[in-house]
Design a protein around this ligand. Structure first.
Ligand code: ADP
Length: 551
């Protein structure tokens, strides 16, 4: 017997329709590429998203055609999120920080038909245009009068005139909730990138889950600032969860430096912000250097790479901002776990609570996870055993676009498919996940594993260190030994010996890095993460100070 409830497909358009109807006057504020602040409401946004949908219908585009973006976080990008997916097309957000050849490769692989871009990226578009074989329409996200006369792009369209020519009376179509809605390519550190293809159903379920109190805890009383780019796994789903809750949204545009972000937080009374650690490093650096305090910011989600404990401390103790450490990946839409305390932790000491907050957190309903050994046998949840982390759930990929790389799933004894994350982790008895490392970054020293994350976290806890990255280098006896590359804070002088001494008592002796290398900068990739592969390459000819001796 079936249940007797109404059946409605879970569609992305329903999110913006809801926001328009129930939170019509809630604001969406954007710092524009033009430099000014632009504000309007969900009501305005919903109407313009429908104009975008109507404009796409008027082009020769069919259902599931891909529409690409090269754009910062802003209201026009937000309209495309809804207009493109809501009308049945697939939004392909491209990371503009990637190499132009890689961008062209992705546009061709996705068979993008339209490319919408912020004028900041005009030189990039000019550089890739000849290599993009499928793009038929180029749309600059600007007013007609801002359109460059000599863009070198024949038929370049101004977004405002393009969508402005259509009525906002468009009716969102209804279709199968499993239809593709948007896509993101993984950064593809080895081989060509592969794309996760999200559906309306997976995106809507993810939006519900992200808003839950034990996840991001979003509400109509929040003003949220997605610093995480809308080209980085859909800004972690925030553009969708914002509409679902009616929260005010504040988009930072291209200005991601500490000063600009701080000023926006204060001016727009932001209560919740989300970003990767490298961005928060800039924000904290600015606040610390100028003795500033946050007057409205209460919570910040930090993820994408391990959040250093020193950052959690600084936010919590110096600024009274709760850090929610999150873990996820492109293939998971991206949220997997988020770290909030359980009731029983509330009576524990501040120290014990902080120790929990440093973990990547508990699984969100909708995500099942397990750790396995080399024989695919599940390992215990004791906080000690570490193994390969596998996940499954309705917003986890089952395969990549165009079946690239074949079937990625690993079957269990019941024939259920699990996605191997490539991360190595422990899970404790309360279900808190702790990422030990990426399997390719873990340092294998004499048969034992050393977590590069642990080594980096200790270095960053030193008051003179701004950034740290640990990699393994060849060792004739132990196969690999850790070395740590560090960037000193300005006007500080910590020495190699002092830093090595700082490790004593904080980790097992054999895990202390064999060398400290002071560098000007650490290579950062297109999503703000340390490029370990580049660093390993940089140190490939490096020889340890005393080769062959037991450390
Ligand atoms: P890519 O894999 O393409 O670099 P993703 O954004 O999908 O981009 O990265 C996912 C990976 O980032 C995870 O598998 C994990 O290794 C790492 N990661 C994400 N969040 C965290 C976190 N909080 N702590 C440690 N590692 C993290």
């Amino acid at each position: 017997m079936n249940g007797l409830m109404q059946s409605q497909p879970l569609l992305i358009s329903s999110l913006i329709e809801f926001a328009e109807r129930h939170h019509g006057d809630a604001e969406i504020v954007s710092r524009r590429v033009e430099g000014d602040i632009y504000r309007y409401t969900y009501r305005d946004s919903a109407s313009r998203a429908r104009q975008v949908a109507a404009a796409l219908d008027a082009m020769d585009l069919v259902f599931s055609d891909r529409v690409a973006t090269l754009a910062w976080n802003g209201y026009r990008h937000f309209e495309l999120y809804y207009g493109v997916s809501g009308s049945g097309r697939v939004l392909h957000t491209i990371n503009p920080r990637l190499h132009p050849d890689q961008i062209a490769w992705m546009a061709n692989h996705a068979e993008d038909q339209v490319l919408c871009f912020d004028l900041t990226f005009l030189p990039l578009v000019q550089a890739i245009r000849a290599k993009c074989n499928t793009i038929r329409h180029y749309i600059a996200l600007c007013d007609e009068d801002k359109l460059p006369k000599d863009s070198g792009i024949p038929g370049l369209i101004a977004y405002e005139s393009w969508m402005g020519a259509h009525s906002g009376n468009y009716a969102w179509p209804s279709f199968d909730e499993n239809s593709a809605s948007s896509m993101c390519y993984t950064s593809g550190t080895t081989g060509n990138p592969k794309a996760a293809m999200y559906s309306h159903r997976s995106t809507t379920l993810h939006a519900y889950a992200a808003a839950l109190p034990d996840v991001m805890g979003l509400s109509a009383r929040d003003a949220i600032l997605p610093v995480v780019p809308m080209f980085h796994v859909n800004a972690w789903g925030l553009p969708y969860s914002a509409a679902l809750t009616g929260a005010k949204v504040v988009f930072p545009g291209p200005a991601l430096d500490g000063k600009s972000v701080f000023e926006l937080i204060e001016a727009e009374k932001v209560s919740f912000a989300a970003g990767v650690p490298t961005v928060w490093q800039m924000l904290l650096g600015h606040a610390q250097a100028h003795g500033l305090k946050f007057s409205t910011l209460r919570r910040t989600v930090i993820g994408g790479s391990a959040c250093p404990p020193a950052m959690i401390h600084a936010f919590q103790e110096q600024y009274g901002v709760e850090v929610l450490h999150a873990w996820g990946m492109t293939e998971m839409s991206p949220l997997g776990t988020l770290c909030t305390l359980k009731n029983k932790h509330l009576t524990q000491s501040a120290e014990a609570q902080t120790a929990i907050r440093m973990k990547q957190g508990r699984a969100i309903f909708g995500v099942d996870m397990k750790i396995v050994d080399g024989n695919n046998e599940e390992l215990p949840w004791d906080g000690e055993a570490y193994g390969d982390l596998l996940v499954r759930g309705p917003w986890v990929v089952k395969e990549y676009f165009k079946s690239e790389g074949g079937d990625p799933l690993v079957a269990d004894s019941q024939g259920r498919g699990w996605f191997p994350t490539g991360d190595v982790a422990t899970i404790d008895a309360d279900g808190y996940l702790q990422i030990t490392d990426r399997s390719k970054d873990v340092i294998k020293s004499g048969g034992e594993w050393i977590s590069s994350i642990d080594i980096e976290n200790i270095a960053i806890a030193h008051p003179d260190i701004a950034m740290a990255a640990c990699v393994g280098v060849f060792h004739s006896k132990w196969d690999e030994r850790p070395i740590v590359a560090v960037v000193r804070k300005p006007n500080t002088e910590v020495s190699r010996e002092e830093l090595l001494k700082f490790y004593e008592g904080k980790t097992a002796k054999w895990q202390i890095p064999d060398d400290v290398i002071f560098v000007e900068a650490i290579p950062i990739g297109p999503t703000g993460k340390v490029l370990k592969a580049k660093l390993r390459d940089q140190f490939k000819d490096y020889r340890l100070p005393i080769v062959g001796q037991k450390p």
